[in-house]
Design a binder for this molecule. Structure first.
Ligand SMILES: [Zn+2]
Length: 305
């Protein structure tokens, strides 16, 4: 039987997904200890208008990576998906330990696993919108003991539900070590995407991740404060030249007002479709390879239900 993708409006066939941004944020509300409120996206009209821009530029599906500890709001995601007809895939799980709620400390791995399973199989935040993937992550150059704890809970929820996994790697570090924990728990690493990998612009590291069978995600597109896009083009070519084009995901992770047109920033959701992909084509990357990265790969990663 063909596997399905779990969106906030229900399960769809893999071939219905279409052109996808595989790591973005439509709605966020980081906990109060995050003083940088540029990270907060809580204006429905602004968020939905950015989503319309994505759709008008040719987008069909968007993965929202906002976790339960980062102000996820399933009913707003549902509303935006209904209004625009863009497929929205939401997550359950955790960001980095600095954002964890107190109960991560007090509950057992088994109890945390049960919470995650409920979000995937019954619904999130008191709605019927289900999570389509699980998320765990690391701190910079180390995995905090609480991060290890939730990574194991995510692994066990994966085994129970089949849901794919996405990993937050702070500054692109600890991807291999997080994969080790998942593998130890028995997770098939072909269901796992290692996010923020271009923050560590090391071609060798990317090949090592890909050799483990995982998807490698570059989600810093346009962020010149880290690297110019020329670095990302080089990293993409490295993956393609080593025959890992089928394990590459690209997105923008524009989770700040400063990045989104509708919140007064830029370059916004249009950037990859209108500027970055034309550049990739001009720099010799083939149309078929673009389709693999933005259509087939997200579908292969997400279709686990
Ligand atoms: Zn993100």
């Amino acid at each position: 039987m063909m596997k399905k993708i779990r969106t906030v409006l229900g399960d769809i066939l893999a071939e219905e997904l279409g052109f996808t941004y595989s790591h973005e944020h439509l709605w966020t509300n980081p906990p109060a200890n995050q003083k940088d409120r540029d990270l907060e996206l809580t204006d429905y009209e602004a968020s939905v208008s950015e989503l319309w821009r994505f759709k008008h530029a040719g987008g069909n599906a968007l993965v929202d990576a906002t976790t339960l500890d980062y102000g996820r709001n399933a009913s707003q995601l549902k509303r935006m998906s209904l209004e625009t007809n863009v497929h929205v895939i939401a997550t359950t799980g955790f960001n980095k330990y600095i954002y964890f709620p107190q109960w991560v400390n007090s509950l057992t791995i088994k109890e945390i696993t049960q919470k995650l399973v409920r979000d995937v199989t019954q619904g999130m935040d008191g709605t019927e919108a289900k999570a389509g993937f699980l998320k765990a992550g690391s701190w910079n150059q180390l995995i905090h003991p609480l991060e290890e704890k939730v990574t194991r809970a995510v692994a066990r929820a994966q085994l129970e539900t089949g849901a794919p996994i996405w990993l937050h790697t702070e500054a692109g570090t600890m991807g291999l070590e997080l994969l080790d924990i998942l593998a130890e728990e028995g997770v098939d690493l072909s269901k796992v995407a290692v996010g923020h990998s271009d923050r560590n612009a090391d071609p060798y590291y990317h090949l090592k991740l890909a050799e483990r069978g995982a998807f490698v995600q570059f989600d810093g597109t346009s962020k010149i404060k880290y690297y110019p896009d020329s670095t990302r083009v080089m990293l993409i070519k490295n993956m393609l030249e080593h025959d890992f084009g089928k394990q590459l995901l690209i997105s923008g992770d524009m989770g700040r007002k400063a990045y989104l047109h509708a919140y007064g920033g830029g370059p916004g959701f249009e950037y990859i479709l209108k500027k970055f992909i034309p550049r990739l084509l001009e720099e010799g990357i083939k149309k078929e390879e673009i389709d693999t990265i933005f259509i087939q790969n997200p579908a292969n990663w997400l279709a686990q239900f």
